[in-house]
Write a protein that binds this ligand. Sequence first.
Ligand SMILES: Nc1nc2c(c(=O)[nH]1)N[C@H]1C(S)=C(S)[C@@H](COP(=O)(O)OP(=O)(O)OC[C@H]3O[C@@H](n4cnc5c(N)ncnc54)[C@H](O)[C@@H]3O)O[C@H]1N2
Ligand code: MOO
Length: 390
Amino acid sequence: MIPVNEALDHLFALVSPLPSETVPLAEAFGRVLAQDVAARRDQPPFAASAMDGYAVAGADVAPGATFDVVGEAAAGHAFAGNVGSGQAARIFTGAPMPAGTDWVVIQEDVDRVDNTITLCDTLETKSYVRPAGSDFKNGDQIKAPRVLSASDVALLAAMNIAQVPMARRPVVAIIATGDELVQPGETPGPDQIIASNSYGLAALVEGAGGHARMLPIARDNVPALELAFDLSADADLIVTIGGASVGDHDLVGQVAEAKGMERSFYKIAMRPGKPLMAGRMGNSVMIGLPGNPVSAMVCGHIFLLPVIRKMLGQGTAPAPRETAPLAHDIGPNGIREHYTRAHIGPDGVTIFDRQDSALLTVLADANCLAVRPIGDPARSAGDKIDIIRI
Ligand SMILES: Nc1nc2c(c(=O)[nH]1)N[C@H]1C(S)=C(S)[C@@H](COP(=O)(O)OP(=O)(O)OC[C@H]3O[C@@H](n4cnc5c(N)ncnc54)[C@H](O)[C@@H]3O)O[C@H]1N2
Ligand code: MOO
């Protein structure tokens, strides 16, 4: 058994950042920017009014001052003329400031009679002009790598970047294995259960920016597993679930090796997740996850997501940790690093009593994994513990 950090280092050594691809802006949301991009224009491209009102020379603004309205500027319709001293242009939000003006008096502060406006006694003290380039300037950069948020997409659009260089999404083939499994929606036999991990892992993969390709369930026999590996050969990652342990029907490692998998490691000092295996397999990397549902999902968080992030060019880092106080006393930990299902709330971290790696209800109630190092002694309420949010 190797420690978790060593296993993760082995996995990082197996994968590299994928090449980038250019995608239309409308498809960029949630994906990872692969290269710095630069604004192709200033925004606003001209000094613009921030309000509806009258554009004047700021030097002329005083309570009771009067102006002749000589023209109009609206968004998309600049006023071509010049506005002289004692003159004003009717202006609307987003319109370019006419030549000769640097101040907008909001219409609420104006009395208008025919073509003459008179300013009221209490005036705003700000100009309501947005200077050219005050949001961004031509050449301003958005730095990669960065997961593009909805706000980023809006910013890229404003920068006139219609095609975006994105990290290619890793294709992750997910192979559930087991004679006992049927797909959700099917009718299980009396000795069967519903495949769950494959769906949970696919959700993790998609959430991290990968593309999950779920394969048909592979039965516990050599030809079925061989076929599943053949169907996954072009994936960037091949993730198997189950069949990783020492039972007579645990054939995954054996078949993977017969198919050319060069094993990097097998078995880690982790609970849950002990029978994890990984290795290079053709142009792909195979990660064999244990079958117990919580084990597979925990390994998904601790190994699969960091590997996907590396492939997306987001660097080489384990699942992010925080420290938080324990809400209660806990006993000592054993010889495997324990990723306990836990809940962090206002009272601190509560580690659930039931930690069997088959209990998906407990996992679904957890909002974090509280990590107990190998040989960690008993701890008291208030002691700090590492957590990983899930
Ligand atoms: N004698 C030993 N027995 C076991 C050991 C051991 O060291 N010595 N390790 C245990 C640990 S730890 C784990 S974890 C499990 C993992 O075993 P496998 O990876 O071989 O998983 P399976 O036996 O195929 O399945 C275990 C369990 O999970 C269910 N399962 C499998 N796939 C799915 C799926 N896609 N969706 C939902 N449930 C799934 C399966 O029905 C079993 O109940 O081995 C221990 N045994
Ligand atoms: O390691 Mo197993 O994954 O404890 O349940």
